[in-house]
Design a protein around this ligand. Sequence first.
Ligand code: GDP
Ligand code: MN
Length: 382
Amino acid sequence: MKLLEHEAKDLFSEYGIPTPRRRLVSSSEQAQKAAADLEGAVAVKAQVLVGGRGKAGGILFADSPAEAAQIAGKLLKMRIKGISVQNLLVEERVEIKKELYLGLTVDRSNRTYVAIASSEGGMEIEDVAASMPEKIVKVFVDPMYGFHPYHARQIAKRLGYVGRQMLSLATIFVNLYRMAMDYDAELTEINPLVETPEGKFIAADARLTIDDSALYRHAKLKERALQADEGDWLPREMQARKSGLAYVKLEGDVGIIGNGAGLVMATLDAIQLHGGSPANFLDVGGGASADRMAAALDIVFSDPGVKAVFINILGGITRCDEVARGILDVKRQMGFVKPMVIRLVGTNEEEGRRILTDAGIPVLDSMEQAAQRVVEIIKCEG
Ligand code: GDP
Ligand code: MN
């Protein structure tokens, strides 16, 4: 789950990371009042989850409340990379001496976190890495050992700071790490972290992505994640989330439903191997009930890109007869709107097959065969 800038900045504030004074608004009248409250020049920033928002015109500056109202009106009519702007952050405009970058993310292949810092903030860190790799400071952080003040001081020194500035920069980094751990962040970035002419540091932007699998530990965020939000998730992804299904939309035309992330990944591979292309990842999870199966089929059927569906169930905790009943329910309620290939093995497999074959639905027992079959069906239809 990606947090919007204002949400991330509120968390930054809780963790003692300096941020500009600000107000969240959704009309030009509110923007005018906010600018008057804040006094002086302001930045008005569209709250949308797109990269390069500034370059796309989503950030404008105003010198007076009247001007803030005017540019707010303009921003609220905009669509930025296809996303309509609902909310704006009106912030005191910070003076910039230098823009830095601070970030923390997961290095999966290394099985550690990696703290990244650069004296070249303001631009995408990938671009800095490509054009000026020497400007990037990287420290790998073993999560069991943690990120300690000396790591942070080392980074601040390598960015060229000494004394009081070095210490305040290090404190920001330690707090960022603390927040990232508490919130199960996959990624957190301050870009730019502004150094002001007075030598203070302030987070002018804030990015925070929470590991979706950890959302159960963050009740408030989970609730927010379930509110439909344009640009955040596709409607089908929202539906999956509400039904507790793990769903990821892909580019192909074979709808996939399986139980267990590993099995679903293997199913995607099997489809590719036989020359097909999966339309999605969908894991109904362990103990898939008839209800969950129905919800899963509903999601996959409603994808206009899906030409045929492959259901791959390996019964363990999941009982094949339950799955079969779920499939029959769907057939009764909405019919099979797309061709389906089913592979069903494991707990109560005989009964599951009997239920389906009695209803005229063929069941295969090899994943290879089933993958081949579904790809053939699509080629014939195609
Ligand atoms: P992004 O485009 O979504 O990454 O938006 P940012 O919040 O990072 O802003 C992009 C750029 O706008 C920054 O790198 C700054 O150069 C500039 N900017 C943003 N906020 C301020 C501000 O308060 N004062 C000044 N002077 N520049 C700002
Ligand atoms: Mn930024």
